[in-house]
Each structure stands twice: as structure tokens, then as C-alpha cells.
Design a protein. Structure first.
Length: 421
């Protein structure tokens, strides 16, 4: 599976002495094994990481990994792997100078591999014991175990087993000035030369494998980066689209706002113009009212000079018609012009305040044009005091109790949608 493949890749890098790559793939294998809850694979990965640290002479770190692997293998009751852990722990303690612990673990491994007849692992353990007895000053036992390794290698026809054993025999014999030292040395170099020619082909195959692995890894990285760049480009394009959309919406809203403001300004200008026209019209009506009153006054003066009953009746009729028709025409003309400018004023005023009388509505219209009590009095032919009383009653009916509220301002707020002319 994937975990085994990772271990194989790590082993290839370890053979090439690429420690960083080997460590990376061993740790990746350990991570996946833990996620999968695979105790066997966890123990294997721990052992491999420990062995890598042993080769780098990180003995304390190696010890930690080997002991964790030994605990798992003991729990699983896997005798072969227990023997492997004991053998490597023996190497760690021998390197640390703890000979008692080293011998203890070596003997446990030896016992396990002899019972299981694991020839290769037994050869490794014998070689470790040979090294142990050399370190502890017992060359006879050291040579005896080295000879056992050589014999096993010869029996199995395995040069990788024979060569380290022949090398150890040569060193022991040379150190002891034994007569067969030359024979041991010649045997060692002959075996080594035979192995190197085969190893060259193996190394080439391993290098090719490592090259293919690195190439595949590089392609995976490039593919991952390509996906990342595509995602970033896509995100940037999306952000740009959003920014452009927001910008276009801003332009649209701003144009609409400016148009609305412009339309409002035009309406307000038209309203102001119409209000001025309406005010001028009111003033014209006031002058017309004054002329009518002057004419009536002169007719009254003439009436005092006339003695004929028929003439008196005629003058009274003329004066009465002038008063009635003129006042009626003035209000109709004013009301027509006012409604043209303030279309919803009367409707809103009547709906919100249905108890207002026609005269109060008329007074409200005059006040809406900001006419003073004196102006209204002249226009309606009433006294100023009467108009002030009408204003007071109108405030009460409109519900204006606060003296700070201006009546003209209040009435102007009733008509927010003047007719555009």
C-alpha cells in the first residue's frame, strides 16, 4: 500500500545517504500509519527512523525510537521484530558505552533468532557480538562470532554477510599478528572486489529510482503550485469583477443621485418662481381690491348727493354687486392659481384636519404663501385683529401647542410634492 511505498522510497534515499529525504518519507509513513491506526506499520516506521538516527550517531534519539518500537512489538507478540529491536538497542548501548545493557539486548536477540532460525538476523547479531567482545577486550570470542558469521554467509552464499565477517577476521588476526592474517586479508579483498562490481549495477538502479522519485515529486509540486496560481488568478479576477461592479454601481447611483438633486433643484426653482408669481398675483388682487373699495367709496359719495329714489336704488345695487362679485372672483382666481402650484396642499390639509372650515383653509393658504396678517386683512377686507384671532384658532385646530413652532413652516411641510410646471 501507500505506507509500504513510502518506506521503500525512504529506504532508497537512506541507501543514497540522503538523510533529509529519508527522514521526510519515514515520518510521512509514520504519520499515515498513526492515522490508519496500523500498529505494525507504526512499529516499522519507528524502527526505521531509529536506525537512521543510529547511523547518524544520534544515539539518544535512536534509543527513544527503538524502545517505542519494542513496546509495540512486545504488545503484538511479534518475536522476530522484538529480536530486531533488541539487536539495534544493543548497538545503541554499545555505542553509549553501556556494555551490560548492550550484552543483555544482544543475548535476547540471539536467543530469539536461534529459536526462529532467522539466519540473516542471526548473522547480524553474531557480528554485533563480535564487535562487542572486541570492545570489551575478548579477541577469542570476538573471532569466534566473526567466524560464525562468515560460515553462515558462505552457507547462504551471500557476499554482504561474508564480507563484514571476513573484514573483522582480518582485523582480529592482523592485530594479534596471527600467521593466517595474510590469508584473511586476501580473502576479504577478494570478496569485496566481487561485491563492488555487483553493487555498481545496484547503485545505478537505485540512482535511477531516486531520480524518478524526485522527478515525480517535483512534478507534483509544480502541479500543486499551478493549482494554487490558478486559484489565485481566479480569486483576483473575481475580486476585480466585484470591484468593477461596485464601481459601475457607484457611478450609476451617483448619476441617479445627481439627476434627482437636479430635478429637485428644478422643482424648487419652479416652485419658488410660481410662489413669486402667486404672491405678485395676490398683490395685484390687493390693488384691485383697493381700487374697488375706492370706487365704492366714490359711489357712496355720489349717493349722498343724489335725491332721486330711483337713482339711489341703482347706486345701491351697483355697490352691492361690486362688493359681492369682486370678492368672489378674487378668491376663485387665487384658489385656482394656488392649486396649480401646491397640488396636494388642500387634500392633505383636509385629510389630516377634517374639522377645518372653508375660511380657515383659505387663511391657511394665505399663510402658506408667507403673507402677514396685515396682507391677509387687506386682501380679505377684515381687521388685522380678526386675522390674528383666526391664526390662533388655526394653530389650535392643527394641534400646534409649542410656541416655538412656526405656523408658516408647519404648513409648508404639508406639501412635499409640488406640481412641476
Amino acid at each position: 500500500g501507500q505506507i509500504q511505498s513510502l518506506n521503500n522510497i525512504a529506504n532508497a534515499f537512506a541507501d543514497q545517504k540522503n538523510v533529509s529525504k529519508a527522514t521526510y518519507f519515514y515520518n510521512k509513513s509514520l504519520f499515515l500509519s498513526k492515522n490508519a491506526g496500523d500498529s505494525v506499520s507504526i512499529a516499522t516506521a519507528l524502527h526505521n527512523i531509529g536506525y537512521l538516527n543510529l547511523e547518524q550517531k544520534n544515539y539518544s534519539i535512536a534509543q527513544k525510537y527503538f524502545e517505542e518500537s519494542l513496546k509495540i512489538n512486545s504488545r503484538l507478540k511479534d518475536e522476530f521484530k522484538i529480536g530486531m529491536s533488541c539487536s539495534t538497542l544493543g548497538e545503541v548501548f554499545l555505542s553509549l558505552g553501556d556494555y551490560t545493557m548492550a550484552l543483555n539486548y544482544y543475548m535476547k536477540a540471539k536467543s530469539i533468532f536461534e529459536k526462529s532460525d532467522s539466519q540473516m538476523q542471526l548473522a547480524t547479531t553474531y557480528l554485533n557480538l563480535s564487535h562487542y567482545y572486541e570492545e570489551t577486550g575478548d579477541p577469542e570470542k570476538s573471532r569466534a562470532y566473526a567466524q560464525k558469521v562468515f560460515d553462515l554467509g558462505k552457507k547462504l552464499n551471500l557476499l554482504p554477510v561474508q564480507i563484514p565477517a571476513a573484514e573483522r577476521l582480518y582485523k582480529i588476526d592482523k592485530k594479534a599478528n596471527a600467521a593466517n592474517a595474510d590469508h584473511s586479508g586476501l580473502l576479504y579483498y577478494k570478496l569485496r572486489d566481487s561485491l563492488e562490481s555487483g553493487q555498481d549495477l545496484t547503485k545505478i538502479a537505485q540512482l535511477e529510482m531516486v531520480y524518478q522519485l524526485e522527478k515525480a515529486e517535483q512534478q507534483a509540486v509544480i502541479k500543486k503550485q499551478s493549482k494554487k496560481y490558478i486559484f489565485i488568478i481566479g480569486a483576483v479576477i473575481c475580486i476585480l469583477c466585484v470591484v468593477i461592479f461596485i464601481f459601475l454601481m457607484y457611478i450609476y447611483i451617483e448619476k441617479k443621485r445627481k439627476k434627482t438633486v437636479k430635478e429637485k433643484e428644478v422643482l424648487e426653482e419652479d416652485l419658488e418662481l410660481k410662489n413669486k408669481e402667486l404672491t405678485l398675483n395676490v398683490m395685484s388682487m390687493m390693488k384691485s381690491k383697493t381700487l374697488s373699495q375706492d370706487l365704492i367709496s366714490k359711489l357712496l359719495e355720489i349717493k349722498n348727493l343724489v335725491t332721486s329714489d330711483q337713482a339711489l336704488q341703482s347706486l345701491d345695487c351697483i355697490i352691492r354687486d361690486l362688493k359681492k362679485d369682486h370678492e368672489k372672483d378674487i378668491w376663485k382666481d387665487f384658489e385656482l392659481r394656488f392649486k396649480e402650484v401646491h397640488t396636494s396642499f388642500y387634500n392633505e390639509l383636509s385629510q389630516r384636519f377634517p374639522n377645518l372650515s372653508p375660511n380657515e383653509i383659505k387663511t391657511a393658504a394665505f399663510i402658506r404663501l408667507n403673507l402677514s396678517s396685515k396682507d391677509i386683512a387687506e386682501l380679505t377686507g377684515k381687521r388685522v385683529e380678526t386675522i390674528e384671532i383666526s391664526r390662533y384658532r388655526l394653530r389650535k385646530k392643527l394641534g400646534i401647542t409649542n410656541q416655538q413652532t412656526n405656523l408658516t413652516t408647519f404648513l409648508s411641510q404639508l406639501n412635499h410634492n409640488p406640481k412641476a410646471l
